[in-house]
Write a protein that binds this ligand. Structure first.
Ligand code: ATP
Ligand code: CA
Ligand code: CA
Length: 470
């Protein structure tokens, strides 16, 4: 951030970067539609497409007010297949990414990456270093192999890898799934590795309105961990185990589990307080009352308009079968919820651990949840509509929680780091024998921590068991 308040990345104003990203992705995804869909071939992973965007426009690109730039798309056909696998239609992808301004997020990480979020909360854009982009390219075939075998995963979902090139600078970035809803305020957020060394959020971070805390903060705040019903706990830990095995096989380390907690009971209290405050205002004077009246009227009108728009939109997408099916499925989870909340159109944490990606799978009508996992009784009759798709849990006080989570920051390969450390350490100790075990040690510790300290099984006595079909 400079003196005049302009935010830059690699000396590029981020507003320009954002605009270029939107132009680039629009052209890239749009251009793909002329190429027929086909199976992914091995050589697709190595393809890099480059398009020049001159200010005055070209037969491929629109005119723009920024510096001329080049836009690179890595493995376009492979990523198209990947998006398709997750039910993302090209039109929807473009609409989310290119039609509305992106929101810039403040990044608590030390790496200096920039994060952008799409208005609809579905996608996150993260700038990555040269080495990380290279690593992702190498990772792709193996990563695809895994994802197509196993959709029940909390690994990041990479929807694209791009590079913006301008006046000798390269800015690489990936498009991924966003894990945390931003339309509702989460009560707590943790970035955890299962380590205690330097794992406390800085004072600066803690002073933020929605800080990202770390392992030691979690253990302070939740010495007894978070309670999950047995089936949910088992599904979650199994998913983490499989994911860690994959990460270890790629020698990846330093990843985190990002955990967002929405406290339903706290949220209800907060809502009540606001309502009380509002009704107090309402009674105060006629003018105030008149004001609130108009306010609430216009809100209702706005909501109706939004609902209508959303309805029309989803009707328009009638052709994109998978998405409308998914929307139906998800809406049936929490009937009557406003369509406005569109967190996790493509994947919610609950789906990630249940693996409900087969849309033809039977849906249990009684519980409204398409899975084997029972939903606790409190979930159906409370204000879940604010925050769909979270994993139900409780804290030590017995308060009802919805949890959002996923593994992040997986582009650190140990092999890259090793080369640096090797020369130093191998002189003193046998670098290789120690280093080979490090990704495995990391995964072990990560799992152990989450399976025993963070998440716990609800003691069976407390368990509520509604009727279960199937
Ligand atoms: P460092 O390497 O210093 O740890 P980084 O720049 O590589 O940081 P990440 O660790 O990937 O960044 O993420 C930093 C923070 O950004 C996370 O703690 C989280 O708050 C947020 N974040 C990252 N990825 C996501 C995501 N997919 N959805 C929501 N929030 C995310
Ligand atoms: Ca990180
Ligand atoms: Ca990182």
């Amino acid at each position: 951030v400079d003196k005049s308040g302009i935010v830059s990345y690699k000396k590029k104003p981020t507003s320009e970067l954002m605009a270029a990203i939107q132009l680039g992705i629009g052209q890239s995804v749009g251009g793909l539609s002329s190429k027929p869909e086909r199976d992914v071939l091995m050589q697709d992973f190595g393809v890099v497409e480059v398009v020049f965007f001159p200010g005055e426009g070209s037969n491929l690109t629109p005119a723009h007010h920024y510096s001329d730039f080049r836009f690179k798309t890595y493995a376009p056909v492979a990523f198209r297949y990947f998006r398709d696998l997750f039910g993302i239609q090209p039109d929807d992808f473009m609409l989310s990414l290119c039609d509305e301004p992106l929101k810039e997020l403040s990044n608590p990480g030390a790496s200096g990456s920039i994060f952008y979020l799409t208005q609809d909360d579905e996608f996150i854009i993260k700038t990555v270093q040269h080495k990380e982009a290279e690593f992702l390219q190498k990772l792709l075939p193996g990563y695809f192999l895994n994802i197509s075998q196993n959709k029940r995963t909390l690994l990041p979902k990479f929807y694209g890898l791009y590079c913006y090139q301008c006046s000798g600078k390269n800015i690489r970035f990936t498009v991924m799934n966003n894990l945390l809803p931003s339309t509702v305020k989460l009560h707590e957020k943790y970035d955890m590795k299962g380590s205690t060394y330097k794992r406390k959020a800085s004072k600066h971070e803690r002073s933020k309105s929605s800080p990202t805390l770390k392992d030691l903060d979690f253990m302070d705040n939740h010495p007894e961990g978070l309670q999950l019903e047995k089936d949910t706990y088992d599904a979650l830990i199994k998913t983490l185990q499989r994911d860690c095995r994959v990460l270890e096989s790629f020698k990846i380390m330093d990843y985190s589990l990002l955990v967002g907690i929405y406290n339903l009971d706290l949220a209800n209290k907060e809502k009540k307080q606001i309502q009380e405050f509002q009704s107090q205002q309402y009674c105060n004077t006629f003018i105030t009352r008149h004001f609130w009246n108009r306010q609430s009227q216009s809100t209702v009108q706005q909501q109706q308009i939004q609902l209508q728009q959303d309805k029309e939109q989803s009707e328009n997408y009638g052709s994109s079968q998978s998405r409308s099916d998914r929307t139906d499925t998800r809406n049936s989870l929490h009937r009557g919820k406003s369509f406005k909340t569109r967190i996790g159109q493509y994947s919610t944490p609950m789906e990630s651990i249940q693996g409900v990606t087969d849309l033809n799978e039977e849906i249990d009508e009684d519980t409204d949840v398409p899975s084997d996992i029972q939903t606790p009784h409190w979930l159906s009759n409370s204000h879940v509509s604010d925050c769909p798709g979270g994993i139900p849990a409780r804290n030590a006080k017995g308060e009802r929680l919805l949890i959002y989570l996923g593994i992040i920051d997986i582009l650190q390969s140990f092999r890259l780091k090793k080369r640096l450390e090797h020369t130093m350490k191998s002189i003193v100790i046998d670098g290789d024998t120690i280093s080979v075990h490090r990704p495995s040690y990391y995964a072990q510790r990560f799992l152990q921590y989450h399976a025993t300290r963070v998440f716990k099984k609800t003691p069976t006595a407390l368990k509520h068991s509604p009727s279960k079909k199937r």
